[in-house]
Design a binder for this molecule. Structure first.
Ligand code: CP
Ligand code: NVA
Length: 305
């Protein structure tokens, strides 16, 4: 007997400017829908028929660009992408009011969160943050689906994020903790997550400068580059500061023996992660990358479908 297709997502927002825009019910529904789409993609092949999206990229991308373009095509829609500054030739508010006349939604990867907020404020079509300096909510969606697939249930898990208190850490703190995951972030002193963002987490978040404290009892160990896009000038200085935070075999062994290794990618082997940990059988980094596609399809249907 055919399983009925989930059609209702308890989503109340027309924007995903940050992880704060998705409540717990919406998150659960998006994960459930993404799981259905992963199992039976052909059943959703027309859900965005006749819908067109603008994809704006101020920064490079492999995963985000491919998965959004493919997600839209697999749902029967289409997109037009552009690379370069959103506000290169005219103000963001004018870009927003042009794009809303031609498209059904805007996906944007930007240097400044203010650009996403401005696009969302001035456009009447949905706006999705495809990474800013502050958040990476689409990555967090794929990550919680990956955790749920691996462990079956999110409630009661501990995820240790080791490294820079950056956009990816912020999104995990908000999204994973809202679903019952204890997010323990360990950073060098001075590189902690934004305290104002941490204060908005609805679930359990702890911040420390001791990686071993974060790793104790962790089911998942997550890291990301030490210098994000836009911080290239600081990369050399950060190598020394972050060296004790490299997720190598010794540090990974401080987590639970069955802990998985996670990374949003791209990874710099020999810096934030050793080659051995990246290539270990407990590394789920390519599952995360695959799940970008499925969770973004669910998100697009929820916001536009
Ligand atoms: N993880 C991620 O967002 O990868 P890209 O920078 O390649 O899009
Ligand atoms: N923190 C990284 C994530 C890349 C997907 C960056 O912003 O460059």
């Amino acid at each position: 007997m055919a399983v009925p297709i989930q059609s209702v997502v308890r989503i109340t927002t027309r924007r995903l400017a940050s992880d704060l825009d998705l409540g717990k019910d919406a998150l659960i529904d998006i994960l459930d829908l993404a799981a259905q789409m992963k199992r039976a993609p052909s059943r959703f092949a027309e859900r965005l028929k006749g819908r067109y999206l603008a994809l704006l990229f101020e920064k490079p991308s492999l995963r985000t660009r491919f998965t959004f373009e493919l997600a839209i095509k697999q749902l029967g829609g289409d997109s037009v992408a552009s690379a370069g500054p959103v506000a290169g030739r005219e103000p963001v508010k004018d870009v927003a009011r042009n794009l809303e006349r031609w498209t059904n939604g805007i996906v944007a990867r930007v240097f400044s969160q203010a650009t996403i907020d401005e696009l969302a404020a001035w456009s009447c079509v949905p706006v999705i943050n495809a990474l800013s300096d502050k958040f990476h909510p689409c990555q967090a969606l794929a990550d919680v689906l990956t955790l749920r697939e691996h462990f079956g249930d999110l409630d009661g898990l501990k995820l240790a994020f080791i490294g820079d208190g950056n956009n990816v850490a912020h999104s995990l703190m908000l999204t994973a903790s809202r679903l019952g995951v204890h997010v323990a972030v360990a950073t060098p002193r001075g590189y902690e997550p934004d305290a104002a963002i941490a204060a908005q987490a609805e679930g359990r978040v702890t911040i420390t400068n001791d990686p071993r404290e974060a790793l104790d009892g962790a089911h998942a160990v997550y890291t990301d580059v030490w210098a994000s896009m836009g911080q290239e000038d600081e990369a050399a200085e950060r190598v020394g500061v972050f060296a004790p935070f490299q997720v190598n075999e010794d540090l990974f062994a401080q987590a639970r023996p069955d802990a998985i290794f996670m990374h949003c990618l791209p990874a710099k082997r020999g810096l934030e992660v050793s080659d051995g940990v990246m290539e270990s059988p407990r590394s789920v980094v390519f599952d995360q990358a695959e799940n970008r596609l499925h969770t973004q399809k669910a998100l697009l249907v929820a916001m536009l479908g």
